[in-house]
Every structure is written in structure tokens, then in C-alpha cells.
Design a protein around this ligand. Structure first.
Ligand SMILES: C[S@@+](CC[C@H](N)C(=O)[O-])C[C@H]1O[C@@H](n2cnc3c(N)ncnc32)[C@H](O)[C@@H]1O
Length: 261
């Protein structure tokens, strides 16, 4: 029986040279998406507040935030090869003040690595987990652990911006997921997957990808269970029209903003 997808599988896939080139190219040439920028301007008006990006990859969004004038930035990722790319690009772009940390969003020690200290104010005034990184954590319990960790390191009322896919995002998606539900009912799903909504696939130019595709109710429940109040969500197409380059790099997603309780 094939082994279940683990954190180690996902990390190895992101450290694969194919993925490293893919995300490094996006960090060099794409920067922030129009939809990301619109929501950052709306929900993160204070450019001096300390902000955290989880799953920063090769630095596409963090360095994009720096270019927008945000100056107190910390970014972490568990894929060391991507993080090396992010550090290098930040140095090249005069953004070496960005603090990069090698850490796993689901690990118990990560909040301490990010500066959390008991009985002290939490370090961050806002957080990001962009381009579906949260959904690349296998198992719902682990995704909730990551949400709890971000809750621990953020101050009350801090905004948290992230994206997911949406199984109900289009009629085609709904039809495909009805077929997949049938496979799970018959026990015929890919045995490496943990939960309905999981996918593990390979694409030319990107490599192997694990992704959990939730429905809206699942994310609302996860936020509430981990100390976050959902305040906004919308499909990307409802927020901004993206360039062909961005649409080529990334498919449609749902944006979420929650506030720390
Ligand atoms: C789709 S990539 C997005 C990278 C970057 N934010 C961007 O938009 O180009 C998702 C990122 O999340 C990171 N990631 C996934 N699971 C993680 C975890 N448990 N802890 C830290 N980083 C994680 C991956 O290494 C990868 O860099």
C-alpha cells in the first residue's frame, strides 16, 4: 500500500529543483497579484506594524510587500531551498532587513522561533499565508495547528489574509468533486490521500503538489475553532482582474480575511 502524504513529502516536493525554479521565477518577475495588493491596501493600512508571512517560498509576496513600503517583515518557510532563494533575492533588491526564518507552521517550537514569549505582547500585527500554502498541509488537524500557531504570534484584532481553493467555486468543480465523492464512498480514492478534498498531482514545470481543496463551510469552522473571526471572503475574480502572467502561474482561488480574537 503506498504511503500517505506526509509533511516530509510536501517539503521534499517544494525543495525539488523544478519547484524552486518555478517559485523563484515568480518572485523575480511576478510580485504581488492585483487581488493581493487590493486586499493588503484595504486590510493592512499600517505599513510600520510588524507583519508575518507564513509559507513565503522564494519571497514573491514578502518582497512585494517590501516594495509597497512595508518595513517590519518576517517571513518563514519549511523548504530551505526556497528560503535560500528568498534571502538571495531580498539581498539583491535592497531588502536585507526582512527577517527570514526556517520553520514549519505546524511545529510546536515555531511560535518561539518567531519571537513569541509567554506573558509578553504577541509579536505580530498581521499575518499572511498566501497562494494556498495553508492548504498544502496534509490533515485538517495539522492545518488547525498552523492556524493556532498564527493566532499565538498575532495580537488581538490582527488581520490574517490567506487563500484556498473552493470545491464549489464553479459548476465544473462541483461536478468533478461529485465524481470524487463517489470514489471515496466506494473506497477507490488515491490511497496516499488523508481526507476528502485532498489532491496529489504532478504538472510539467511545477513538479508534484499536495493540495487540500476545502468548501467554504470547512474554512469558516476551522477559523472559528482556532480563535479567528472571519471578516471577508470572495473569489479572486470578484476582487481584481489578474494579468495573463498571474493567471498562468496560479488558478482561481478564494481569498479570506480573518481577525484574531
Ligand atoms: C504555493 S507555495 C507559495 C509560495 C509563496 N508564498 C508564493 O506565493 O509564491 C506554498 C508555500 O508554503 C510552504 N509551506 C507549506 N507547508 C508549510 C509548512 N507546514 N510550514 C511552512 N511552510 C510551508 C511551501 O514550502 C511553499 O513555499
Amino acid at each position: 500500500m503506498p504511503r500517505k502524504i506526509s509533511t516530509a513529502t510536501v517539503r521534499a516536493d517544494f525543495n525539488d529543483p523544478l519547484a524552486v525554479v518555478h517559485y523563484a521565477r515568480a518572485a523575480h518577475f511576478l510580485g504581488l497579484w492585483a487581488s493581493e495588493l487590493a486586499l493588503i491596501q484595504r486590510f493592512f493600512p499600517d505599513k510600520s506594524g510588524p507583519l508575518l508571512e507564513a509559507g513565503c517560498g522564494a519571497g514573491r509576496a514578502t518582497i512585494g510587500l517590501w516594495d509597497q513600503g512595508y518595513r517590519a517583515l518576517t517571513a518563514f518557510d519549511f523548504a530551505s531551498e526556497l528560503l535560500n532563494q528568498a534571502r538571495q533575492l531580498a539581498n539583491d533588491r535592497g531588502a536585507s532587513a526582512i527577517k527570514f526564518v526556517h520553520a514549519d507552521a505546524t511545529a510546536a517550537a515555531t511560535s518561539t522561533l518567531l519571537g513569541y514569549k509567554a506573558r509578553r505582547p504577541a509579536p505580530f500585527a498581521g499575518a499572511f499565508f498566501l497562494f494556498n500554502g495553508l492548504m498544502q498541509i496534509p490533515r485538517r488537524a495539522k492545518r488547525r495547528a498552523a492556524l493556532r500557531m498564527l493566532h499565538r504570534v498575532c495580537r488581538p484584532d490582527a488581520p490574517f489574509l490567506f487563500t484556498t481553493h473552493d470545491r464549489d467555486g464553479s459548476p465544473t468543480e462541483r461536478a468533478l468533486w461529485r465524481l470524487e465523492a463517489g470514489r471515496w464512498e466506494r473506497g477507490e480514492q488515491d490511497s496516499r490521500l488523508h481526507e476528502f478534498g485532498d489532491r496529489y498531482f504532478e504538472e510539467a514545470g511545477t513538479g508534484r503538489t499536495f493540495m487540500h481543496l476545502p468548501d467554504r463551510a470547512e474554512i469558516l469552522a476551522d477559523l472559528v475553532a482556532t480563535g479567528w473571526t472571519p471578516v471577508f471572503d470572495a473569489m479572486r475574480r470578484e476582487i481584481a482582474r489578474e494579468s495573463a502572467a498571474v493567471r498562468d502561474f496560479s488558478d482561481e482561488c478564494r481569498f479570506w480575511v480573518a481577525r484574531r480574537n
